[in-house]
Design a protein around this ligand. Structure first.
Ligand SMILES: *Cc1c(COP(=O)(O)O)cnc(C)c1O
Length: 488
């Protein structure tokens, strides 16, 4: 598999790159992204062969199909990261919650959010590539609460890699903050920013684009890279679990091989649902991908009305913060796939210059062949959490938004996979409030929900409250660069 650019080639960068090049230097010409030149097709033999394959076996088979430049030994070690999940034999459980609805729990990894599904193996791949090339990298991450812990977790102690992680001070849950500030690894630095997630993200983008900053890093032999969700090294791992979920449904006799399903994905930066889109293109029988948004509903609006309009929108903080986003990066990859590089460049430039773009009628129709979407308010989300709890299933506020999409958007009575992106323990105060009790701190909320509903809080979470705080730095935006350079 080689990679080409969503906005075409500028004549300076190479027109095609390998997988390892695309993940070490993820920015393409004109500010675009790398996308696979072509995707493999999964034929009938593949589906039959892997009916009962383990998750790792399926991963290996798909990597073989993708034909990327990652050594088999490196991939094996990367996949061994799934052994750290709750059940190594079943790292992504599929739980039946209704006759036709199954929840794919993507959060059984060390930081309890779906980011671990990709970042765990990806961290090993990236570090191995850096070692092989004898290069050193600084990975920068800005987080609203899930990417930060997952990035720190995957690179802790990694050879040839340092991590600088920016989070909005006061903008995350207690658990999310503790997951970051108690990190002991010497190669990692966590910095709180006075401001919101957008401030942290803007600061990160500024540094990623700053030649002066890069030159200073180079003085100590360090290159800059990013582990954010536009990195294809993450997307590739996010294709696999959608295929896995389908095969589980077949194996359990819920569907016949070839029968179509719906997949519901709570979306922010569009990386998770992009993985499902690529899986569909490779032959996964999907009727439609249903996107759920919170009231920052740019994605639902795009796939229903064909407009991406930021002009009268302001980011609103919700109880599903990982979806509080206005500029959703991975949408660009679908635009490219549907409409080509010239049109993608035009649309993305218009978005940047004028704050909006509008698809034509026929373009919208093409998008709607694969996608539909709906938004869900915090109040609706809470009602869903309470309703699920009544039926014995405790869900986090991101996953809760999916149930509205599941109830409203299906046009056919097909089996549905709901992607669950976080364990409730990361958002226990919201969950407790939905269930009728307000708490000031996560610790009390965790104990109350756990006791009252008989759900376990993993030691990974309870242990956080006992760990010493290592990272106490909280700074103004202007100080970030100096802090990072001092760390390097
Ligand atoms: C990151 C995240 C999302 C959004 O996923 P995207 O791939 O960015 O669309 C949704 N829910 C949770 C809990 C997340 O951590």
């Amino acid at each position: 598999m080689t990679f080409i650019e969503t906005r075409g080639n500028d004549g300076v960068k190479p027109a095609e790159v390998s997988f390892s090049e695309a993940i070490l230097s993820p920015s393409a010409s004109f500010g675009g992204l790398y996308v696979p030149k072509s995707l493999p097709t999964l034929d009938a033999a593949f589906w039959q062969t892997h009916r009962r394959s383990s998750y790792k076996t399926l991963c290996r088979a798909l990597f073989e199909k993708f034909d990327v430049d990652v050594d088999e030994a490196v991939l094996d070690e990367a996949l061994a990261r799934y052994d750290r999940f709750d059940n190594p034999d079943d790292p992504v459980p599929l739980v039946k919650v209704a006759d036709d609805a199954h929840v794919l729990e993507l959060w059984h990894g060390p930081t309890r959010a779906f980011k671990d599904m990709a970042l765990q193996p990806f961290g090993h791949v990236l570090s191995a590539l850096a070692q092989k090339r004898g290069e050193r990298y600084l990975i920068m991450a800005a987080t609203s609460g899930d990417t930060g812990p997952a990035t720190l977790e995957t690179f802790k102690g990694a050879a040839n890699v340092k991590v600088a992680c920016l989070y909005p001070d006061g903008g995350t849950s207690d658990v999310q903050r503790l997951q970051m500030v108690t990190e002991e690894a010497q190669n990692e630095k966590v910095i709180g920013i006075r401001g919101d997630f957008d401030d942290a993200q803007t600061a990160l983008k500024g540094l990623l684009a700053s030649e002066a900053f890069k030159a200073k890093l180079q003085e100590s032999g360090t290159s800059l890279s990013a582990a954010n969700s536009v990195n294809f090294g993450r997307i590739i791992f996010q294709i696999i679990y959608h295929i896995h979920a389908y095969l589980r449904l077949v194996e359990r006799g819920e569907i016949a091989m070839g029968e179509k399903i719906y997949i519901v994905v709570p979306s922010g930066n569009f990386g998770n649902v992009l993985g499902a889109y690529y899986a569909k293109k490779m032959g996964l029988p999907v009727e439609k991908l249903l996107i759920s948004s919170n009231i920052n509903n740019v994605l639902a609006e795009l796939v229903t009305k064909g407009v991406y309009d930021l002009r009268d929108k302001k980011l609103v903080q919700t109880t599903s913060p990982a979806m509080d986003i206005l500029k959703s990066s991975n949408v660009e990859r679908v635009l490219f796939d549907k409409f080509g590089s010239a049109r993608t460049k035009e649309l993305m430039e218009q978005l940047s210059a004028e704050g909006y773009y509008r698809l034509s009628e026929s373009e919208l129709a093409k998008l709607r062949e694969d996608f539909d979407g709906i938004d869900c308010t915090d109040e609706e989300g809470k009602a869903i959490i309470a309703e699920c709890a009544e039926q014995g299933y405790i869900t986090d506020p991101h996953t809760a938004t999916c149930f509205k999409a599941y109830k409203n958007l299906r046009e056919k009575p097909l089996k549905t996979v709901i992607c669950s992106t976080a364990e409730w323990t990361k958002f226990s105060r919201t969950v407790a409030e939905a269930l009728g009790e307000r708490f000031e701190h996560d610790k009390e909320a965790l104990a109350w929900v756990s006791e009252r509903y008989g759900v376990k809080v993993p030691e990974l979470i309870t242990g956080l409250f006992e760990k010493p705080v290592v990272h106490k730095t909280v700074v103004d935006k202007a100080r970030i660069e100096d802090e990072i350079l001092a760390f390097i």
